[in-house]
Each structure stands twice: as structure tokens, then as C-alpha cells.
Design a binder for this molecule. Structure first.
Ligand SMILES: [Zn+2]
Length: 345
């Protein structure tokens, strides 16, 4: 879990993936034949297959949700623009990292009165993302010197292992990146040409994977991402999407892509043949890089392998360790066998 810890603890909001990119580039270089960075910042690693083999693009996004500084106010507090989808209820009383002229730590709070001073009506008003600011503990002068509009802000939360699970910020989608790296470590003989992409700017609209797929022109696309596990208190089995500990999730559909049904059947059979624990997934709202890959050039069959995750888009995103291993194993088996499949419709 050391690698997953490093991946989740490194900051990288959409468009400012430089630190996480450097880390992933080094890891991919150890396992592939060639690694490069495209104009948008995607890391692309090529692992050669047999001459004339099909091109398989596997893609996990390396960006995380966060904020950029929009303003340093006259008292030295930072106002923010959100990058990606935040639930204001998850933002209250958090710690953050600010990548200014130097790295700074701060606290994130909504600009409302403390609970002791709220009237009953004020207490009922829902919070908005735009209510929040960062307190750096600096004077206005110090803050102005160290922070500029455009500087990235990420949530700050330790990685922990507890019971069968792990929890951290940015499991979405460093868990997918971990699965990609681990599968490249596990894969034995393969005939397909593997293009492993750590994509940028997924959280703001699948932008990196779009450019990545244009460059690669894959024959098959596999996105690697987290999906919702809604299996705790307050949820019903009907709406759980996936459950922790029930295995790798094979996506049938989400709101950005419908997986190629032959790929779904193929991956499901592989899981059964190799006794890899799996569950099927339909996600009513949300998308992955597959939604971008499937519609570039003249189209491409796609599927997503998902890691079931509780509390997505909070800073305690929680994953089961066995589900992680099973997802990587299933991807490795797929890469070894993909040349035997026919996914033409
Ligand atoms: Zn994601």
C-alpha cells in the first residue's frame, strides 16, 4: 500500500498535475518500453506487444478535485474557485494545502457565523461552495506575497489502513492509477500493444483522455476509475451501485458511456475462469475516461473496470484492499487475453 499512499498524498488538481505526473511517470518507466508526456500533460507509457497486435488504451485519471485561488482578500484570506464537483457538506472544517510561492497549510471554513451565533433560520440555509475560504494564519501582506490567483489548493488528509480498508483523499482516481501500475507489474505474456495513460483533467470533463485517445488511436479502451459503493447506513440495496469487498466492478453503463457488451461478456468470463471476485456495475450519474475514448476518431469499443469506493468526493474516500487487488488482477488477465476477443458489433 506504500505506492497508493504516495499517490494519494501527492497534490494534483485538474490542470496542475505536475507533481503527481512526475511520480507516475517514474513508476510507469520501470514497467514499460517508452514513456512520454503529451501537450495536454497526459503521461503515456507504451508496452510493446506482438507485431501487428491491437492497441489497447488503459486510462486512469491522475487529477483530483480541488480549488484554485481566485482572490487574496484584504485580510489575507483566500477565496476559491472550485475545480471539479464538490459537496459543500464535505468541505466544512477541513485542512488544505496551498501551492503558493512555497507550500502552505491552511484551514477551510464557510464564511458564516459560528453555530453559537446562528439564528434558527440561518442554521437551516444550505452551504454553497462559494461560501468557503482558506485561513492561512498569515497577515494580508504575507499572504499577498506568497499566494497569487491561480495557485492550486488541495484537501489535506492522511492515508490510513483500517480493518480490511484504506482511506485517503484523492482515491478518485489514484486508486485507478494504482490498478493500472499494478496490472502492468502483474501482466505476463501479451500480444496486444498496451498504452497506459495517466490522464489529466478528467474531473472537469474527460479532457485529457480525449486528447490521449486521439494521439493513440486505440482499438480497445479500458478506463480505470472508482465507482460509488453506497452500502452503509442510510442506503438501500437497490441503490448501492456496488458494495465494498464484493470484488472488482465491471461497468455495464454510466451516464457518459455504455460499455461494449461483448467486452463486458469477455471480461466477465475472464473473471469467472480465473476466479477473480467481481460485481457488475450500473452507475446512474457520473462518467469515466471511457466516455471520451469511445467517441474519438471513428469510435472505439470501451469498458470501465471500477474500484468500489465509499464517500466519493470527500477526503475520506474508502476502498477495500482486496477489491483493489482483484481489479488489478482482472485487468492483467484482460491484457494477456485481449487478442483472443472479437468486439466488433
Ligand atoms: Zn474519477
Amino acid at each position: 500500500m506504500q505506492l497508493l499512499k504516495r499517490l494519494t498524498q501527492t497534490p494534483g488538481i485538474s490542470g496542475r498535475e505536475e507533481r503527481i505526473r512526475a511520480l507516475i511517470k517514474d513508476e510507469l518507466a520501470k514497467l514499460t518500453d517508452q514513456v512520454w508526456v503529451d501537450a495536454l500533460g497526459n503521461v503515456i507509457a507504451h508496452k510493446k506487444g506482438k507485431e501487428g497486435g491491437k492497441k489497447v488504451m488503459i486510462s486512469g485519471h491522475m487529477d483530483e478535485i480541488g480549488f484554485i485561488v481566485s482572490q487574496v482578500d484584504e485580510k489575507g484570506f483566500l477565496r476559491l474557485s472550485p475545480v471539479g464537483g464538490h459537496d459543500p457538506r464535505n468541505m466544512v472544517a477541513q485542512r488544505v494545502y496551498v501551492q503558493g510561492r512555497k507550500d502552505l497549510r491552511g484551514v477551510l471554513m464557510p464564511a458564516i457565523k459560528p453555530v453559537h451565533l446562528l439564528t434558527p433560520d440561518e442554521a437551516k440555509a444550505p452551504l454553497k461552495v462559494s461560501d468557503f475560504y482558506v485561513d492561512l494564519g498569515l497577515t494580508s501582506e504575507e499572504a499577498q506575497k506568497l499566494v497569487r490567483p491561480g495557485d492550486p489548493v488541495t484537501l489535506d488528509r492522511d492515508f490510513i489502513e483500517f480493518g480490511a480498508n484504506v482511506s485517503a483523499k484523492a482515491m478518485d482516481d489514484r486508486a485507478g492509477v494504482w490498478v493500472m501500475i499494478e496490472a502492468l507489474r502483474l501482466v505476463q505474456e501479451h500480444q496486444v500493444d498496451i498504452y497506459a495513460v495517466a490522464s489529466v483533467q478528467e474531473e472537469v470533463g474527460l479532457r485529457g483522455a480525449t486528447a490521449g485517445a486521439y494521439g493513440i488511436r486505440p482499438d480497445i479502451g479500458v478506463a480505470l476509475d472508482v465507482t460509488l459503493a453506497v452500502d452503509g447506513p442510510g442506503s438501500s440495496k437497490q441503490h448501492q451501485v456496488t458494495a465494498l469487498g464484493e470484488g472488482a466492478a465491471i461497468k455495464i453503463m454510466d451516464s457518459a458511456s455504455i460499455s461494449n457488451y461483448k467486452l463486458v461478456d469477455f471480461v466477465r468470463s475472464l473473471a469467472e475462469e480465473n476466479q477473480v471476485k467481481y460485481q457488475m456495475e450500473i452507475l446512474p450519474r457520473g462518467g469515466t475516461d471511457a466516455g471520451a475514448i469511445e467517441r474519438v476518431q471513428a469510435g472505439c469499443p470501451v469498458i470501465t473496470l471500477s474500484v468500489p469506493t465509499r464517500y466519493v468526493h470527500s477526503n475520506v474516500e474508502t476502498i477495500n484492499k482486496e477489491d483493489l487487488g482483484n481489479t488489478a488482477l482482472l485487468l492483467a488477465k484482460f491484457l494477456e487475453q485481449a487478442h483472443t476477443g472479437d468486439f466488433a458489433l
